[in-house]
Design a protein around this ligand. Structure first.
Ligand SMILES: NC(=O)c1ccc[n+]([C@@H]2O[C@H](COP(=O)([O-])OP(=O)(O)OC[C@H]3O[C@@H](n4cnc5c(N)ncnc54)[C@H](O)[C@@H]3O)[C@@H](O)[C@H]2O)c1
Ligand SMILES: [Zn+2]
Length: 356
């Protein structure tokens, strides 16, 4: 069944469609109109849409390889140059088809080229369907860190077609699942209970369970985005709550030089377990709840052991986190399962004491 969500922020109304087969339906109708369409597509999914775009006038295709390396100033420049060469204009639409890396780059391009063109986002990984395609954040990386260059720019439409995930490797499915569990842990205890029952079916891509998990995740993210589009708040409604597990996760990704052997979802899984452990040591959650969380990650095939990652490199990387202020570390912790809060102003010694 088709589900639609309209996310209304101060800057734009963004329509999100969740439906099996929606990529075909959307492209067929969109490509009928006269304006120019620029499709930036991940090579892993390009075969699936070749037929639809074949012989279409005014459609320009750029095929890319989705990876963290793609989010660079050099790919930005390469693609921008191609679009300008093909005379992209203000009535053109940029269509991104790929995972979070393609989407993050395309969002930045669509906002900056000609000071903004129409932007359609078609996420093709579970992570991008439940997370990166929602909320309008985009960006590229630099040698100083991840996502340090970027803007907020809401897409006009997001097309989520869960059937595109059939070709996604299990490791990538799990990585997206990590963000789904994150939503449950920070905001919805009943969703966590539901996930424990339905984990297997979600990873097997069973339609009802998968589509519900995606819808529910988007609904939770939507609440934070509407309340705090530009991540200005510092309370429990802040968009920063979505960074649960990410302070540690980003640090691990940085240490690992963003190598694909540790995916984003895997890194934040270790991060979430660390944050849950600290939440337990601060007497916010019970030992049994911590064990329950660890057990669920284990069942999902996500990393859950934190021993091997705790070292000076980790603390150094954490000290460079974007959320830190005045050299103090700000962490998102659990008040309880289903509720997160901002723990501000920890110094590194306090953090070490909590972890060790
Ligand atoms: N903007 C945001 O709010 C936000 C939020 C979370 C994450 N992100 C960003 O998202 C990025 C990670 O996204 P990702 O996990 O989708 O990574 P990705 O784009 O690198 O995709 C992962 C892999 O899956 C392949 N792939 C894509 N779709 C496929 C399909 N249907 N079948 C088979 N293979 C497919 C890609 O080629 C790639 O090898 C990170 O850069 C992260 O910073 C952004
Ligand atoms: Zn994330």
């Amino acid at each position: 069944m088709k589900k639609q969500i309209l996310i209304k922020t101060k800057s734009k109304k963004c329509k999100i469609v969740i439906e099996n087969g929606s990529i075909n339906t959307y492209l067929k109708s969109e490509l009928r109109t006269d304006s120019k369409k620029f499709i930036i597509i991940d090579s892993k999914v390009s075969k699936k849409i070749d037929k639809i775009i074949k012989n279409k006038k005014n459609v320009f295709l750029v095929t890319v390889k989705g990876s963290e390396k793609l989010k660079s100033i050099s790919s930005y420049w390469k693609i921008i140059s191609k679009l300008l060469q093909k005379k992209i204009d203000r009535s053109s639409t940029l269509i991104s088809i790929g995972g979070g890396t393609v989407g993050d780059l395309c969002g930045f391009i669509s906002n900056t080229i000609l000071r903004g063109v129409k932007f359609s986002l078609i996420p093709t990984t579970l992570l991008s369907q439940v997370d990166s395609s929602i909320g309008g954040k985009n960006g590229i990386n630099s040698k100083y860190g991840k996502n340090l260059i970027g803007t907020f720019y809401q897409p006009d439409i997001v097309i989520i077609d869960p059937t595109i995930l059939r070709s996604l490797p299990l490791k990538q499915l799990r990585t997206g699942y990590a963000e789904i569990v994150k939503y449950a842990l920070i905001n919805d205890k009943n969703f966590f209970i539901w996930l424990k029952k339905n984990l297997k079916d979600i990873l097997l891509l069973k339609k009802n369970q998968l589509n519900y998990a995606i819808l529910k995740s988007i609904k939770i993210k939507e609440k934070y985005v509407i309340n705090d589009e530009k991540e200005k708040l510092v309370n429990s409604s802040s968009r920063a709550m979505l960074n649960f597990g990410h302070t540690f996760g980003h640090a691990l990704e940085l240490i690992n030089k963003y190598h694909s052997n540790l995916t984003h979802g895997e890194a934040i899984s270790i991060g979430m377990i660390l944050a849950a452990k600290i939440s337990y040591r601060m007497k916010n959650i019970r030992r049994s709840e911590l064990d329950d969380i660890i057990y669920h990650f284990k069942q999902a095939g996500l990393p859950y052991s934190t021993k091997s990652v705790i070292n000076n490199k980790l603390y150094k990387a954490i000290s460079a986190d974007k959320k830190n202020t005045n050299n103090k570390i700000n962490l998102i912790l659990l008040k309880k399962v289903g509720e997160a809060y901002y723990k501000r102003g920890l110094n590194i010694t306090e953090l070490k004491n909590l972890i060790n």
